[in-house]
Design a binder for this molecule. Structure first.
Ligand SMILES: NC(=O)c1ccc[n+]([C@@H]2O[C@H](COP(=O)([O-])OP(=O)(O)OC[C@H]3O[C@@H](n4cnc5c(N)ncnc54)[C@H](O)[C@@H]3O)[C@@H](O)[C@H]2O)c1
Length: 353
């Protein structure tokens, strides 16, 4: 059977969830890993069955291997641009974690490099593959709420005794503008929320944002609280509220955060009631229509399933010769959307896309 041979560039916090489907899927195999932290690369490599002579600290060594078909680039944001150019020059297909770059100009150069090299280039986005989100989309497409008019997304972070370990180095670059490209909540994690808005409503025409600033430790300023509002085509609107509540204790196995979505249509309302965690003790998808409440619980709700589904979709698309989601062009549009919010918050003006 034909096999997709994968090399990981960056084996930090998120790499565990990327590995899950590659390890489970008969048509894919992780064949090499690289991290500038050798011990980390060796630990993950051993756990994923990678040969010791295929564990690197310089990703150029991994790119030189002829039997790597695809690279998963899981690096801090400021390194996405060069690593993508190098991977394309080495003729590797590319799956790049979001956000694809720090600027639209970088994104355009990356797309041009991948097109010139004739390699597949996708931006990894998992929230649109979260099973409750996919169920809500299917219900909307089946006409259950009529025509969608508005979307509200709420993202609430706090603290948790059972959250996973995030090493201090993984936070440090997120609080550095030149490395992250924006704040940890509205730009980094926010990419997922802009993707959700795009997934349900299409690309916005106009964006307006207030992004607050809260110092949570000396030198660490969180971009919270924040409100971003969007105008979509055909008289449709949306908003994102981001808030960190330092003493809000959450139940999660991943980040100490939870998300909710509410979409209102011409004849009904649908809610996705959870994301990273489980704040509200209600079914993951709830639909109101015609004086009735319908609930949907027959789906996996662990956040890891969004990664498993996203990777499985990509492996299927790869072997079927179909475009992946997100294509690099879609990733570019979502980056443009997210950057518009940063610009609006800076200038105090609405930004037209
Ligand atoms: N989809 C999601 O929900 C989600 C969640 C977390 C992170 N992410 C994204 O995943 C990416 C990585 O984030 P993370 O949380 O794993 O960060 P991290 O800091 O935990 O991991 C990054 C790794 O890259 C390594 N590294 C840095 N420079 C390197 C270089 N030049 N060569 C080789 N290795 C190098 C670091 O040693 C580190 O282990 C980012 O794009 C982030 O936005 C996405």
């Amino acid at each position: 059977m034909e096999e997709l041979r994968v090399g990981f560039i960056g084996t930090g916090r998120i790499s565990d969830l990327h590995a899950l489907e590659y390890l489970a899927n008969d048509r894919a195999r992780i064949v090499a890993v690289c991290d500038k932290n050798y011990d980390l690369a060796a630990k993950r490599g051993a756990a994923w069955g990678v040969r010791p002579d295929r564990i690197f600290t310089d990703y150029h060594d991994l790119l030189a291997l002829p039997d790597v078909d695809l690279v998963e680039i899981l690096l801090p944001h400021h390194l996405h641009y060069q690593a993508t150019l190098d991977a394309a020059a080495a003729g590797k297909h590319i799956s790049l974690q979001k956000p694809m770059a720090l600027s639209v100009q970088e994104a355009d150069e990356m797309i041009a490099a991948a097109e010139k090299a004739g390699v597949i280039f996708k931006v990894f986005e998992n929230f649109i593959f979260y099973p409750p989100v996919q169920r809500a989309k299917a219900l909307i497409e089946a006409g259950e709420i009529g025509d969608p008019l508005t979307i509200r997304i709420k993202s609430n972070s706090g603290t948790s005794p059972n959250m996973w370990d995030v090493p201090p180095e993984a936070w440090a670059w997120r609080f550095t503008q030149e490395q992250c490209g924006g704040g940890p909540l509205v730009f980094d994690d926010g990419h997922h929320k802009f993707s959700l808005a795009w997934y349900f409503m299409g690309l916005a025409e106009e964006v307006h944002a207030w992004i607050g600033a809260t110092e949570i430790a000396p030198g660490f300023v969180l971009d919270s609280p924040a409100i971003v509002s969007w105008k979509f085509s055909n008289n449709r609107y949306g908003s994102l509220e981001v808030v960190n509540s330092p003493e809000l204790v959450l139940d999660t196995q991943h980040y100490a955060q939870d998300d909710r979505i509410e979409i209102t249509g011409t004849k009904g309302v649908i809610w996705v009631t959870r994301g990273h965690g489980k704040m509200m003790d209600v079914p993951p998808v709830v639909l109101y229509r015609d004086r009735k409440v319908m609930t949907y619980s027959d789906m996996p709700v662990g956040w890891e399933h969004s990664f498993i589904n996203s990777t499985r979709h990509f492996i299927d698309a790869y072997f079927a010769g179909q475009p992946p989601s997100l294509t690099a062009w879609e990733g570019r549009e979502i980056l443009r959307f997210a950057l518009a919010a940063q610009e609006s918050a800076r200038t105090g003006q609405a930004v037209r896309l």
